[in-house]
Design a protein around this ligand. Structure first.
Ligand code: GAL
Length: 773
């Protein structure tokens, strides 16, 4: 149910929208929308101060109403209305009657619609309410995830009853447990179910058939020889096909993509996928998609995951809530492990009107829906029951942990359960940490060695790490390591030496992982910048999005991307130099140069003159994983680095140059063609360069965009956390020479052309075309 919805903020004026829809993303940005006077306790604050932009400075607070109609030829015998998430507190009306409601905006929920539907035209309405101070970040507003209506006869397979799991893999044989059930009372005939597993080519590799038990369920075991195992490197998917028969006649049929793989955690092997130990190289992600807001989009998710994989990342933590089904499907098929999270708070509120209002009454139901909706995704390797829950210190907290973890196990005995703890001593004293399958610690790596001594599990996870801050293309001098740096321009330095008082540098996490086998991996805060939480500028206006990302809000890599790539990507060499080399004001001034590379050593040259050969140094905090020439004097021209492998052989080099005059726009499309489905997207990176293609690294020209042909302009984003230009207007300034334009395919085939021009300088323009088929 995506087209033809009517939307209103006041139930007076209505506009037509397509679902998924985020009512707040077009802005305008204004600090009045979400101004708060609070102390952020997690950040160690004691005094209340005015915070702007904490939840994105976008108009997500308030009410929203959606309406649509469904025409039915006859009254359905069974009907399930499924929301993959609705922000928030949705109440659903069918033909004027309350058909169901939910509280948490991030969870999927289902409504038995059959009693309310009739033959002919049916009205479906959803009312939503977002209240102030209910979120620590930008939640978005509206029907931001898909809605579907499933119609059936008097017997129907229940999607959420279908459950597939790998019990064990021994030698070349996999043992799989399958189950499925029905919705509705089946009163007549002999009913049976057929469950079969097909490989990617469509061949049936296993099948079981049996009558349903008294509860309308079917449970069985399957064996598959020579299974193709799912992993991030080999995301092989099978199709589970469930068929329901009455008196030998097929009455319903469903298919689900599944994967064969095992997950284990223990003292001996740490975290193992298919029996093979690996350290999790993960990133935390909030749910928003930058300039697209919370409205979920498959093409945008694919771009996110591909970019992370190219960095060598193999896991995502869905901080701090239930993921969308679309995101999990993308992770299944591209090969990305997932920690699927649930809550940012339980009983004790972290913000005044957060989920704590609902926890007691709703937590079990929320966990149930999380697990039932998502347990067939091979990508999900663990559930998380919470993030930095304030109750860590208490026995009550420990018992809630135990309860929620048990609930996950009952619904899904195949996965371990974790949560991210930020108060190590208290959590270890109360036993909160010891009850978890996977004890996860957020930051404070210096406490790991003390923590492990008290953990019977014998391992721990860096459930949240780094929180290093930077702005793409911004370099501050002199370069300093700091946990509290702020500047008048509201930006952070891209030398990757700045972090928060509670956090650390990537290098600090890696030291622990490399030196101690019991650290089973990490989830970096964060893979991408997100809307809201503009730390360290929580009190600075204008600033409305985060600085934590490895990539900026537009999805463009910051320098840090290459630092993680140099450590995580084991397939390809990384040779990255920073800063850029266009510093007219810095002639003769000390301008440190860093090289991010997987190689142990490199030599740097400025205009051909050697700056010395450096080796990584295991004993040093900052030189173990980076090569740093701290005394380079800037001269315009050329910076060249040659990298050497362990044998001392030169294996690659990289040159960057001082930019000349702005001459042209470089437009880079991340897709070759788009599907004519009205939702597919292409992200086009726009860079202002000189005539030789070197980026003009300070450029902030105002650009205009126009899309012709088989598509439309969707959004633009320049990654500047202090920009108040709306994402959905076809004009934006470059931020440090770059921005991203998002274009959307039409439903008709053809060619889409994006034109980019400088608002003031008519000589600067470019265009690119993409086939829509
Ligand atoms: C953590 C928290 C995250 C985010 C992060 C910023 O403590 O779990 O949600 O706030 O800090 O560093």
């Amino acid at each position: 149910m995506s087209d033809g919805w009517l939307f209103s903020r006041d139930s007076v004026e209505w506009t037509t929208v397509t679902v998924p829809h985020d009512w707040a993303i077009s802005g305008p940005f204004d600090k009045k929308w979400d101004l708060q006077t609070v102390a952020i306790e997690q950040n160690g604050e004691k005094e209340k101060t005015e915070k702007s932009g904490r939840s994105g400075a976008l108009p997500w607070i308030g009410k929203g109403y959606y309406r649509t109609t469904v025409d039915l030829k006859e009254k359905p015998q069974s009907a399930i209305l499924v929301f993959d998430g609705a922000m928030s507190e949705p109440t659903v009306y069918i033909n004027g009657q309350v058909a169901g409601y939910w509280k948490y905006g991030y969870n999927a929920f289902r409504i038995d619609a059959a009693p309310f539907l009739k033959e002919g035209s049916n009205s479906i309405e959803v009312s939503l309410s977002n209240i102030e101070e209910s979120s620590r970040w930008y939640p978005g507003g509206g029907l931001y995830r898909p809605v579907k209506l499933i119609l059936g006869g008097d017997a129907m397979i229940d999607d959420w009853s279908i459950y597939f799991r790998t019990v064990k893999i021994e030698g070349k044989k996999a043992e799989l447990a399958v189950e499925a059930g029905t919705i509705g009372d089946i009163v007549t005939g002999t009913v049976a179910m057929d469950i079969s597993l097909r490989d990617a080519k469509g061949a049936t590799v296993a099948s079981v058939h049996s009558p349903l038990d008294a509860k309308g369920c079917h449970k069985d075991v399957m064996h598959v020889n020579n299974p193709q195992l799912w992993s991030p490197e080999t995301p092989y998917l099978y199709t589970l096909e469930v068929k329901l028969f009455r008196d030998l006649r097929l009455v319903d049929q469903k298919s689900v993509k599944v994967g064969i793989r095992t997950v284990t955690v223990d003292k001996e092997k740490g975290f193992a996928l298919n029996g093979v130990t690996r350290k999790i190289k993960g990133v935390c992600l909030h749910h928003d998609l930058g300039p697209l807001g919370a409205a979920v989009n498959k093409a945008a998710l694919i771009r996110q995951v591909k970019m992370m994989k190219e960095m060598g990342c193999d896991a995502i933590r869905t901080a701090h809530n239930m993921p969308s089904t679309l995101q999990m499907e993308v992770c299944d098929s591209l090969g990305m492990m997932v920690m699927a999270e649930s809550f940012d708070m339980w009983i004790y509120p972290k913000c005044k009107n957060g989920y704590a209002r609902f926890f007691k009454e709703w937590a079990d139901r929320d966990i149930e829906n999380l697990v039932l909706n998502h347990r067939n995704h091979p990508s999900i390797i663990m559930w998380s029951i919470g993030n930095e829950i304030p109750e860590q210190w208490s026995e009550e907290g420990r018992e809630i942990s135990r309860h929620l973890q048990d609930l996950c196990h009952q619904l899904d005995p195949s996965r371990p359960v974790t949560q991210g703890m930020d108060r190590a001593e208290q959590a270890l004293k109360s036993g909160f940490a010891q009850v978890m399958d996977v004890p996860g610690f957020n930051y404070r790596v210096h406490k790991y060695e003390n923590n492990i001594k008290q953990l019977p599990q014998g391992f721990l996870l860096g459930s949240e790490t780094a929180s290093t801050v930077s702005s793409r293309g911004v370099y501050k001098f002199p370069v300093e390591v700091s946990n509290h740096a702020v500047y008048p321009d509201g930006q952070c330095s891209s030398y990757d030496t700045e972090y928060c008082s509670w956090s650390n540098l990537p290098d600090d996490d890696w030291r622990m992982q490399d030196d101690f086998p019991w650290v089973i991996g990490e989830f970096v805060w964060t893979g991408y910048d997100y809307l809201g939480e503009p730390t360290p500028y929580d009190e600075y206006w204008p600033s409305r999005s985060s600085y934590f990302g490895i990539c900026d809000l537009a999805g463009l890599p910051k320098d840090r991307y290459y630092l993680y790539r140099s450590k995580w990507n084991k397939k390809d060499h990384t040779i990255h130099l920073l800063p850029h080399w266009t510093w007219p004001e810095r002639k003769g001034k000390t301008t440190p140069v860093y090289c991010y590379t997987d190689c142990p050593s490199a030599e740097l040259f400025v205009n051909g003159q050697s700056q010395g050969r450096l080796f990584k140094d295991v004993s040093s905090r900052l030189d173990r994983y980076r090569l740093r020439w701290n005394d380079v004097k800037y001269q315009p021209g050329e910076l060249r680095v040659v990298v050497y492998d362990n044998q001392g052989k030169a294996v690659g080099e990289k040159t960057i140059k001082t930019a000349g005059k702005a001459a042209t726009f470089k437009l880079e499309c991340e897709r070759e063609s788009l599907s004519a489905d009205g939702t597919d997207l292409c992200f086009v990176t726009v860079s202002l360069t000189d005539k030789d293609g070197t980026l003009i690294p300070f450029a902030d020209n105002q650009l205009e965009f126009e899309v012709e042909g088989a598509g439309s302009f969707k959004a633009a984003c320049n990654g500047d956390a202090t920009s108040l230009e709306p994402f959905t207007s076809p004009t934006m300034r470059l931020f440090n020479g770059q921005l991203v334009v998002v274009v959307q395919a039409a439903k008709e085939k053809g060619t889409l052309t994006l034109k980019v021009r400088d608002k003031k300088d008519a000589t600067l323009s470019a265009q690119t075309s993409i086939v829509v088929k």
